[in-house]
Design a binder for this molecule. Structure first.
Ligand code: ZN
Length: 468
């Protein structure tokens, strides 16, 4: 158990993401080196009435789809999902009219097209382009055409331009409408609606492949790996038959999936052992991942302060010092890595020193609560903003690998102290970060239990349908 002081907890959740990014970097590499082979993965959506949300929603962008997406989000039990009536309104406005009038023209931008050539294609005089562009400063944006872009024209009965409309991205469209005083420029931005989606995957060879097959994006896969990164070594421990379930946020605009948000809950079975994760935002607004029963996923310290480093010397009570040539205790671990490689704070804490310290050269010493202290020696230099008396977050870059002080080559000398006694950082059982606060436990369980139940339900529905 950790004996971190009570003032520390609010710092933890925010830093999770920082720490996660380090793990993610490691994983990026790990994910790439797996051999390829067949992967079994399955996918479904959380909303039972939308079995295949992506295909179904992209086919036809009508208002009812947007409405449905909103409903799914609103009905969901997760507090994090936001939805406002405006979303639906905007989505509905975006939908093209069902019945198209005879004065309606559509053209797709081709190679070499300009606004003038497109005007000609719909039967408008090329000179009309000048009127349009002169009407409003912002109208110029209509000249920035991309191949494949669709322009929709509404003409007046006598063949003049009445309205021109085009989508410039999934979330933004612009238009010009004829009014009493010429053309008026209008921009409509759509705020995506959040809804939740479910994926299930079984690993046959690599996590990245099975995740991709399951429909999980690369960044989502990295997120999942970071969430479980304190418990599972994704570089070495992944085995055939490992399984995962993820419920995550999906951003939908105009009936189309335009992005993803956070992982809301996940479950990973690694070599027969199942780990759970639930994202929870506490009353102070900090989000972090906890096990389904409310323990932090996060350890108070990350395992190694340097990614991709080689351990060049271990902790020992007696070794021959390479420069002093005497038997001396080595009260830390050395990580060899190229000069300039970032060094990360192992945990949240207060910087006791960021400066020169004898044979250690450029050194950072961090105090973590009352019990723990870490030291980082031989640095080439310090990261911006890291100074004596300041605070650092777990995973924050504090400096760079160098060879200052008594050192034979670029490496980090890393020490770990518990109550003033040097211990082997590699031999330590790392203390956990704080669990869910007692006062928030009930609220947490109200979110955690339905998420877990939902993963069970989704998975059994999926397995049942696979048997048929
Ligand atoms: Zn050393």
């Amino acid at each position: 158990m950790t004996t971190e002081p009570s003032k520390a907890p609010p710092l933890y959740p925010k830093t999770h993401l920082l720490a996660a990014s380090g793990i993610a970097a490691l994983l990026s590499l790990a994910l790439l080196v797996f051999p390829s082979s067949d992967v079994e993965a399955k996918r479904t959506s959380l909303s039972l009435d939308l079995e295949s949300p992506v295909e179904q929603l992209t086919q036809d962008q009508d208002a009812s789809d947007a409405q449905q997406a909103t409903n799914t989000a609103t009905e969901s039990p997760f507090a994090q999902i936001e939805s406002t009536p405006e979303d639906t309104q905007q989505a509905a406005q975006e939908a093209p009219a069902a019945a198209k009038s005879p004065q309606h023209r559509e053209v797709i931008v081709g190679k070499g097209d300009t606004l003038s050539t497109l005007f000609e294609k719909v039967g408008l005089p090329a000179a009309a382009v000048n009127d349009v562009l002169a009407s409003d400063k912002q109208a110029k944006q209509l000249t920035q055409l991309k191949r494949g872009q669709k322009l929709e024209f509404e003409l007046t009965p006598d063949g003049q331009l009445n309205n021109l409309h085009t989508s410039i991205s999934d979330l933004e469209s612009i238009s010009l409408s004829k009014g009493a005083k010429g053309f008026a420029f209008n921009r409509i931005t759509t705020k995506p609606v959040m809804r939740s989606a479910y994926v299930h995957g079984v690993i046959n060879s690599s996590l990245s492949q099975s995740a991709a097959r399951a429909g999980l994006s690369h960044s989502m896969t990295m997120d999942m790996a970071s969430v479980f990164g304190y418990d599972i070594d994704f570089a070495q421990d992944i085995r055939q038959g490992d399984e995962f379930d993820v419920i995550y946020e999906q951003k939908v605009a105009n009936g189309k999936v335009v992005g993803t948000g956070n992982i809301l809950s996940a479950r990973f079975t690694n070599r027969g052992k199942t780990y759970t994760a639930v994202r929870y935002t506490n009353k102070q607004g900090n989000s972090s991942y906890y096990t389904a029963d409310g323990n932090s996923m996060r350890k108070a310290f990350i395992r190694t302060p340097v990614d991709f480093a080689r351990i060049s010397s271990r902790f020992s009570m007696g070794r021959k010092h390479p420069i002093l040539n005497k038997i001396r205790a080595h009260k830390g671990v050395d990580y060899a890595a190229p000069r300039g490689t970032p060094i990360k704070a192992a945990g949240d804490g207060k910087v006791l020193l960021a400066g020169r310290r004898g044979g250690y050269g450029n050194t950072v010493i961090i105090q973590h609560g009352n019990t723990y202290r870490t030291l980082y020696g031989h640095m080439q230099g310090f990261a911006k903003g890291v100074k004596t008396g300041g605070n650092v977050k777990q995973g924050q870059v504090i400096g760079y690998i160098g060879t200052t002080g008594l050192s034979t080559g670029p490496h980090l000398h890393y020490e770990f102290q518990v109550n003033g006694v040097h211990v082997d950082p590699l031999g330590q059982k790392l203390p956990m970060a704080d669990p869910i606060a007692k006062a928030e436990r009930a609220r947490f369980m109200q979110q955690s239990q339905p998420l877990m139940a939902r993963m069970d339900q989704e998975r059994s529905t999926l397995l049942a349908s696979a048997k048929r």
